[in-house]
Design a protein around this ligand. Structure first.
Ligand code: NAD
Ligand code: SF4
Length: 444
């Protein structure tokens, strides 16, 4: 049984209220940090913990905090990215709904470490009911003296606001989020400068995901070294995984990083295997922005090693940069799934959500959607398959923000691993014109 750090008390009756949360050890990290530690000491513990960004990129959180510019007399901000919108990802919503005070505690301790006096939680517009939960919890924290002027008599003061987005996926990209928070259209900015130097209102800003900030109280209470003992190599601690698709037990699981993927899919402690006694065909392990992997490659790496739920093990051998653990949106597809239809579906999403600033993304996502629609509906040609790869390549590296690559890589990976299925949609038009008809052969 893996350790539960974030979700230990998640099922306690009333844990969303200040009193019950406090009875279960809540807000200890604020007391410890404000009364016995300097801000730099808190940052040092986060560095030692090896905690990596849980939003998807896996960037070391302590290092990001260390990058924060600290010119005297200039305000700086901590902004929580709660704009969870990645298809397949629904873990932050659960954390905020059930444990709002854990996030607030992390925001206070984190803001203290960074020297922020005003901080924000930017929440996805569709989650207005969660915004209400957070607002209520924030009011409780103010009433108990954990927010506002001179917190616990320490001399440190903090105001915390929740701000809803308007429902655009792109506002989860950190610089688009900051634009939106400033009241402008949520268009991503060029980086550098990174937000750590020039963020909200052009001031130094750290943007962290909900789950990242929620891990801070645990790290401060237990110590960074203790936290780092969990996991494998540079993938330390626990991670929330939202598992969906063709699984016997879809849901949200807190796992210790390093768990074998096979155990996660098939053991009764987690997903309990593939539904209806069917075989697994493919998995998107970290939300729709990461490439798809066929069964053979999700269970074992190309070198034949067991694939682990870590940032390093879930990589695609250099085919894409970054990790496929992503945001932890684990989508399992059984043997009846049509990969072409699935790829077309994701592609529609990215075309719809592209902000339109860069031509390769604006035009390329549209082209990919059109070509995939043709193939899925039995009107495609062999040339179309190569055209998809060519368009994906022209997007890669040529856009302002990662949405372009998030749209391109999954298409290129689907063709790479399931080319035979795309070809079957061309050569068997009669069956393939039934949208969703799936090739039943093995992946290569
Ligand atoms: P990124 O790799 O560009 O940046 C990661 C973080 O590190 C950013 O905060 C960035 O500012 C910081 N950083 C990197 N280099 C830095 C430097 N030199 N100095 C200071 N700061 C630096 O990735 P990203 O745009 O933050 O995230 C992309 C990922 O987001 C995708 O891989 C995808 O998995 C994920 N995603 C998640 C969701 C969701 O709903 N959770 C939605 C869409 C995408
Ligand atoms: Fe907008 Fe796409 Fe360019 Fe990102 S890559 S800035 S979403 S057009």
């Amino acid at each position: 049984m893996g350790r539960k750090l974030l979700t230990e008390h998640i099922n306690v009756e009333g844990i969303n209220t200040f009193d019950v949360y406090r009875k279960h050890g809540g807000y200890r990290s604020v007391e410890k940090a404000l009364k016995t530690m300097t801000p730099d000491e808190v940052t040092e513990e986060v560095k030692k913990s090896g905690l990596r960004g849980r939003g998807g990129a896996g960037f070391p959180a302590g290092m990001k905090w260390g990058f924060l510019a600290k010119p005297e007399g200039v305000p700086r901000y901590l902004v929580c990215n709660a704009d969870e919108s990645e298809p397949g990802t629904f873990k932050d919503r659960q954390l905020m709904t059930k444990l709002p005070h854990l996030l607030i505690e992390g925001m206070i301790t984190g803001s203290y470490a960074l020297g922020a006096r005003t901080s924000y939680i930017y929440i996805r517009g569709e989650l207005l009911y969660v915004l209400r939960i957070l607002e209520k919890a924030i009011a409780e924290a103010y009433a108990a003296g954990f927010l506002g002027e001179n917190i616990l008599g320490s001399g440190y003061s903090l105001d915390l606001h929740v701000h809803p987005g308007g429902g655009a996926y792109i506002c989860g990209e950190e610089t688009a989020l900051l634009e939106s928070l400033e009241g402008k259209r949520g268009n991503p900015r060029n980086k550098p400068p990174f937000p750590a130097v020039q963020g909200l209102y052009a001031r130094p800003t750290v943007v962290n995901n909900v789950e990242t900030i929620a891990a801070v109280p645990i790290i401060v209470n237990e110590g960074g070294d203790e936290y780092a003992k969990i996991g494998v190599g540079k993938s330390t601690g626990t991670k929330l995984i939202s598992a969906c698709g063709h699984l016997n037990k879809p849901g949200i699981y807190e796992i210790e990083l390093g768990l074998p993927v096979e155990e996660f899919i098939y053991s009764d402690e987690y997903c309990g295997g593939i539904w209806k006694g069917r075989d697994l065909k493919a998995v998107v392990a970290g939300g729709s922005s990461v490439p798809i992997l066929p069964k053979e490659l999700i269970l074992k790496t190309a070198a034949g090693e067991n694939r682990l739920m870590t940032y390093e093990s879930l990589s695609d051998g250099g085919f894409v940069t970054g990790t496929m653990l992503g945001s932890g949106g684990f989508i399992a597809m059984d043997e009846t799934t049509c990969i072409v239809k699935n790829t077309w579906n994701f592609s529609r999403f990215y075309h719809h959500e592209s902000c339109g600033q860069c031509s390769p993304c604006r035009e390329g996502t549209g082209w990919m959607e059109k070509v995939l629609h043709r193939l899925e509906h039995g009107h495609g040609s062999m040339h179309d398959i190569d055209l998809l790869v060519s368009v994906a390549k022209q997007i890669e590296g040529n856009t302002i923000c990662p949405l372009g690559e998030a749209a391109a890589w999954p298409v290129a990976a689907a063709v790479r691993h399931f080319r035979h299925e795309f070809e079957w949609h061309v050569t068997s038009p009669k069956e393939a014109t039934v949208p969703g008809a799936a090739y039943r052969g093995a992946a290569v």
